[in-house]
Design a protein around this ligand. Structure first.
Ligand code: TYM
Length: 351
């Protein structure tokens, strides 16, 4: 697997435990394979070597979600899935964004140093607002990346493990952090400037039906989106009908064989095998055989996560206890940074 582009070295990690922070939206009943490979797998790995803060960003999901019953359920399912896939609350601080009010408070401060044009250039906002039209685009979607910047800067995170689609938002976060530090100078800069932690080979997992487009929760059709909590037979069906090219060879070439290359990427990420090893393993075999094999590996990975998620959801008191402890710790760190930012701004504070 490729090395991520952030440049920490092993020895540094063990000595000083740099901090990582990341978030995921609870916009669906389940996370998908793109979330898992592009981000969540790294979250689990990083918690051993880093001081990790991970949050379910429910406030961000308000830009699309409207049904309160779904909203609550999806927030809890998301937290349960994170624990089930390996986020250990004894190692990582796991919390729900809305339980830490400093996120909104710092977001406002950052909104006041963000240019209108700068926010208008965010490609995710441009894509989504163009599709929906300006009358149906909420202002929250426009300010969304600034809230994300607050999520990150509050925790003095050095690294932010995400997929490729978040790169521009992390760039904005860096710009805003630097701007604040330069404008409101104190003896020590208020914010640490974070780096994205993006593993190139798995930074963009594509839709099985449209293999040049990102696998996404907001796709018009779910037939090319593989969900983590999906039953095995349904996962198998989706892989069997994955779009491939007219050729026969199992060979990695994103340009000529987008579908097969996407499947090789998935198989490689889950088995640890290199592209060469995979090409050799399937030499002389057909696409059908390969698709079944990839599906089997995905099913094997997700089956225990599905069972554990259901177990966790059947004990809401325990889940709530974990999240309460997480938000207590998150509030401590976030409130300190907010207070430093307010002090730098000259905001009158009590005490
Ligand atoms: P979200 O909820 O859309 O996705 C969560 C994570 O999954 C990654 N991802 C993918 N990676 C590879 N291939 C794909 N097809 C794919 N689809 C999604 C995303 O890059 C992300 O890392 N804005 C963020 C949420 C957020 C956040 C934060 C992230 C809010 N605050 C602070 C980091 C730090 C988002 O919408 O992710």
């Amino acid at each position: 697997m490729d090395q991520p582009e952030s440049d920490f070295s092993g020895s540094e990690i063990i000595l000083s435990k740099p901090r990582v922070l990341s978030g995921i939206q609870p916009t669906h009943d389940s996370f998908h394979l793109g979330n898992y490979l592009g981000a969540l797998k790294q979250w689990v790995q990083l918690q051993d070597s880093h001081d990790a803060f991970y949050c379910v960003v429910d406030l961000h999901a308000l830009t699309v979600e409207t049904d309160p019953k779904n909203f609550k359920h999806r927030t809890l399912v998301s937290a349960a899935q994170l624990i089930a896939l390996g986020i250990d609350p004894n190692k990582s601080t796991l919390f729900i964004q809305s339980q830490v009010p400093a996120h909104n408070q710092l977001a406002w401060v950052l909104e006041c140093i963000t240019g209108f044009g700068e926010a208008s250039r965010m490609t995710q906002f441009k894509d989504k607002s163009q599709k929906a039209g300006s009358d149906r685009t909420v202002v929250g979607l426009f300010t969304y990346p600034i809230l994300q910047a607050a999520d990150i800067l509050l925790y003095q995170a050095e690294f932010v493990p995400v997929g490729e689609d978040q790169r521009q938002h992390i760039e904005l976060t860096r710009d805003l952090g630097q701007r604040f530090n330069n404008t409101f100078k104190t003896s020590r800069p208020v914010f640490k400037i974070p780096q994205p932690h993006i593993v190139k080979s798995i930074a963009k997992i594509n839709d099985l039906q449209e293999p040049t487009a990102k696998m996404s929760k907001s796709s018009a059709s779910m037939s090319g989106v593989v969900e983590m909590l999906e039953p095995a037979d349904s996962i198998m069906k989706k892989f069997k009908s994955a779009v491939t090219d007219a050729g026969k060879e199992i060979k990695f070439s994103e340009k000529d064989k987008a579908g097969i290359s996407n499947l090789i990427t998935i198989y490689s990420a889950l088995t640890g095998k290199t592209h060469d090893q995979i090409e050799q393993e399937f030499a002389g075999k057909g696409y059908g055989d390969f698709k079944i094999k990839v599906a089997e590996v995905v099913i094997e990975t997700f089956a225990p996560i599905r069972t554990k998620t259901n177990d966790l959801l059947s004990d809401p008191a325990e889940l709530s206890k974990i999240l309460k402890a997480g938000s207590a710790k998150a509030n401590q760190v976030a409130n300190q940074t907010l207070s430093d930012a307010y002090a730098a701004l000259g905001v009158v504070q009590n005490g």
